[in-house]
Design a protein around this ligand. Structure first.
Ligand SMILES: NC(=O)c1ccc[n+]([C@@H]2O[C@H](COP(=O)([O-])OP(=O)(O)OC[C@H]3O[C@@H](n4cnc5c(N)ncnc54)[C@H](OP(=O)(O)O)[C@@H]3O)[C@@H](O)[C@H]2O)c1
Length: 322
């Protein structure tokens, strides 16, 4: 069985901006955490939540670069965190819990794409480890800091079209392909939201996955310019292709999922273009939609068990700490 995937008519659209979807929302006194919230889509989400009055915690693997990128955006605080290193996640989690600050919103946004074959930690494939397992560990560590009704937004991608979870070989011991590795990690991001929401329910938190759209950001840094052209992402003049969004438009779905009251009854849903996504009817990633393997409840539970086993963390199966 999958989550219910049908548009609800949010009134927004593919090119709404993060500030437009949050207009009229007052986040004074609220705290959000956005991994990678100083680059690309994350920075645009940080700016929008800050403008709505939230304090924004930005964990960053390059804290100095993060502070420089966030200069001029008020109410932001940067802390060191490397999602590739579970000791770094533990240290961040312990320090954060010590502050006593409570989190109303977590946007698990940081990510890498199209890495050459690389192993991190105990030999894990880098996309799966950074994009999924690092965030899995982080959210598990942060559970005691979440306010009742907190929103957790997992930034997935239509890249999930490229691969479901490779249950027999998630770490690509054979046949490494950087697009399949990215695709598997983005399926994992979506399944993470499904099972987190199922385990906790609306009394504790609501979790959503989002596809931001297609946006030129530093995410594509590992892809040669010739491939940008071949994929049709840029015009020969180097401009974003038709259908591409700006970072402010790309951040809108995550910001909407983090704040929209109309999503209260739709926990676990995969969203795109500021609405719940419909099931995908084809393979065009620019059109998007969601494939069944990214919102399958049994696969979501199975991935949770695998992730808990790998990270040795599973705080959500224990009683709510509050
Ligand atoms: N851009 C798109 O078209 C698109 C489409 C679909 C989905 N997405 C998703 O949107 C999210 C944001 O992407 P973006 O386009 O905004 O890319 P971006 O500008 O490259 O931002 C990614 C952020 O993740 C951080 N990061 C990478 N590895 C990390 C690690 N080990 N520990 C901590 N932080 C780490 C990066 O830090 P550094 O600055 O140090 O590298 C950066 O701040 C990603 O999850 C991506 O998969 C993007």
């Amino acid at each position: 069985m999958t989550t219910a995937q049908h548009r609800i008519g949010s009134g927004f659209h593919a090119f709404s901006t993060a500030r437009e979807v949050i207009r009229g929302v007052d986040l004074s006194g609220r705290t959000a955490l956005i991994t990678g919230g100083y680059s690309g889509l994350g920075r645009a989400a940080t700016a929008a939540l800050s403008a709505a009055g939230a304090r924004v915690v930005v964990p960053a693997r390059r804290p100095d670069a993060a502070r420089a990128a966030l200069a001029g955006i008020p109410h932001t605080v940067v802390h060191a965190l490397d999602l590739a290193d579970l000791d770094s996640v533990r240290r961040f989690g312990e320090r954060f819990l010590d502050t006593g600050v409570r989190l109303d919103i977590v946007i698990a946004n940081a990510g890498v794409m199209a890495y050459p074959a690389e192993r991190v930690g105990p030999g894990w494939e880098a996309h799966f480890a950074i994009n999924h397992l690092g965030h899995f560990a982080l959210v598990n560590r942060l559970r005691p800091a979440l306010t009742r009704g907190a929103r957790i937004v997992s930034v997935s991608s239509s890249g999930h079209f490229l691969s479901g979870i490779r249950w027999d070989d998630p770490h690509f011991r054979r046949g490494y392909d950087h697009w399949q590795a990215y695709g598997q990690s983005k399926t994992a991001n979506a399944l993470f939201a499904v099972h987190l929401d199922t385990m906790c329910g609306p009394g504790e938190l609501r979790a959503f996955a989002v596809h931001p759209g297609s946006i030129l950001t530093p995410l594509q840094r590992n892809i040669p310019r010739a491939e940008h052209l071949a994929q049709g992402w840029v015009t020969p003049a180097g401009r974003p292709a038709k259908g591409f969004k700006t970072p402010a438009q790309g951040a809108a779905t995550a910001v909407w999922a983090a704040t929209a009251a109309e999503l209260d009854g739709h926990g676990g849903a995969y969203c795109q273009d500021c609405d719940i996504a419909e099931p995908a009817t084809g393979d065009d990633m620019l059109i998007g939609g969601v494939k069944p393997w990214a919102v399958d409840r049994d696969d979501a539970a199975r991935l949770w068990s695998l992730s808990a086993e790998l990270t040795e963390l599973d705080s959500f199966t224990r009683a709510d700490p509050r």
